[in-house]
Design a protein around this ligand. Sequence first.
Ligand SMILES: [Ca+2]
Ligand SMILES: [Ca+2]
Length: 192
Amino acid sequence: MGYAFSKHYYQITDDEIKTIKKETGFSTSQVKRLFNRFQHIDCDGRGYLLRSDFENINEVALNPMGDKLTDLFFPDNATKVHFPEFAKQFAVFRPVKMNTPGYAVNSRDAKLKFLYSLMDGNKDGKVDREDVYEVLELMMGAKVDAEQLNLIAARVIDEADTNQDGVISIHEFQKITEELEVGVKMSFISFR
Ligand SMILES: [Ca+2]
Ligand SMILES: [Ca+2]
């Protein structure tokens, strides 16, 4: 009996909850729920998550963008993610409200940057034709052949690349998404 619980010897302190609430805007019960989820994913009770743990999250495993999504939890070749960073990255999915300040982790701007880095597969800070191709390939799968994907990727770049330098900058990306509700767009990657 005791074994199942003893695996998770680590707990979250009130101070940690307070800090995370401040950084993310989550309520106490939301932080606690997310922490439970975190412990559940961390089935070995290490206190941090590895990339391989993300493969066991259904919503990630079943999402065509799952791999890219996982990348964002491991910036700069990090191999582990602890709860505070996990919660912070997760907070980007919180809906934007009228009074959400621009600096908030879930602001429209933060969501936009999140989506942009999701598109930027090789993380060089630019979205080029290859990045677009990769995303299309993941989203459309085997239904579309390479030649067609190339054409579509070229068209996407063409439409968005207003200064015609061959890459979609974050500003150009912002322009395309301006009229779209980014919050709604992101619902396809909301997993809780
Ligand atoms: Ca890139
Ligand atoms: Ca451009």
